[in-house]
Design a protein around this ligand. Structure first.
Ligand code: UDP
Ligand code: MN
Length: 265
């Protein structure tokens, strides 16, 4: 890429405000849509963010990521999929909802599933899809920029539409913290695909410090499903997804989809 690309510091305590972000990103359209001004992008990218009660993180994420995605000449849309408050959090199911809803908006062919608290620190880290599902968050500060274990596939991951359909999306059955990302990894392997990871120097990213959220406790109840991915992936996922959209709002910087995804049976 050209001049002016490279690493920078992410200041998670930076004093940022939505009106300022709006005025600094005048090319971003209603619903958080961006497009390169002088060329046509090959990939149409939906960024899906699972969300509940993390407003300060979302503001920081937008502050850094809107300029980042525009600088990378992305043709993108931002989707914040918010789970209503009364039930245990289910990150993976929210990802499936985001995929299904974003598809209705535009002919997206690349889906990047990102935690709201992870921000790359180098804009050479291309937020694009590849030949294989891609683990973008392979070099996180919280893990000293190393993989804590070989098969980790969490945080930020990118799939083409075909890749995601091939594994029937995420499992819908992981309630509370943990396991859904490892199950996702097993789906990819079961489908005969490989994982791609960018150069860890370029992929250096930060996770904004936080404590475990209320309503997202690790119960471990679903962990038994991790190694059953091959067995269940065709029954449990996009094909069995059920949810009710409570609210669908086009904010200036993102589209919010508030959903009732039910509760653990
Ligand atoms: N999340 C959220 N609200 C919650 C719990 C989780 O918005 O109450 C979302 C958010 O995008 C977060 C992601 O789910 O980054 C993963 O959860 P968490 O950050 O707790 O996982 P970890 O830091 O352990 O990877
Ligand atoms: Mn986190």
């Amino acid at each position: 890429m050209g001049e002016g690309y490279g690493s920078y510091i992410v200041d998670a305590k930076k004093n940022v405000s939505i009106p300022n972000i709006i005025s600094e990103n005048s090319h971003v359209q209603e619903g958080g849509r961006g497009k390169p001004q002088f060329c046509k992008a090959k990939q149409k990218i939906a960024i899906i963010i699972p969300f509940r009660n993390r407003e300060p993180h979302l503001t920081i994420w937008l502050q850094y990521m809107l300029p980042f995605l525009q600088k990378q000449q992305g043709d993108f849309g931002i989707y914040v999929v918010e789970q209503i408050r009364n039930t245990t959090f289910n990150r993976a199911k929210l990802m499936n909802v985001g995929f299904s809803e974003a598809k209705k908006d535009y002919d997206y062919n690349c889906f990047i599933f990102s935690d709201v608290d992870i921000i790359p620190m180098n804009d050479r880290n291309l937020y694009r899809c590849s030949e294989n599902p891609k683990h973008m968050a392979n070099s996180l500060d919280k893990f000293n920029f190393r993989l804590p274990y070989e098969t980790i596939f969490g945080g930020v991951v990118a799939f083409t539409k075909e890749q995601f359909l091939k594994i029937n999306g995420f499992s819908n059955r992981f309630w509370g913290w943990g396991g859904e990302d490892d199950e996702l990894y097993n789906r990819i392997v079961a489908a005969g695909m490989k994982i791609e990871r960018p150069d860890p120097e370029i992929a250096r990213s930060t996770m904004i410090f936080h404590n475990r959220d209320t309503g997202n406790e690790a119960t471990g109840k679903s962990f038994g499903l991790i190694n059953k991915a091959a067995q269940f992936m065709h029954l449990d996922g996009l094909s069995s997804l059920k949810y009710d959209v409570i609210k669908h709002t086009r904010h200036k910087l993102y589209t919010n989809i508030t959903v009732n995804i039910g509760t653990q049976l």
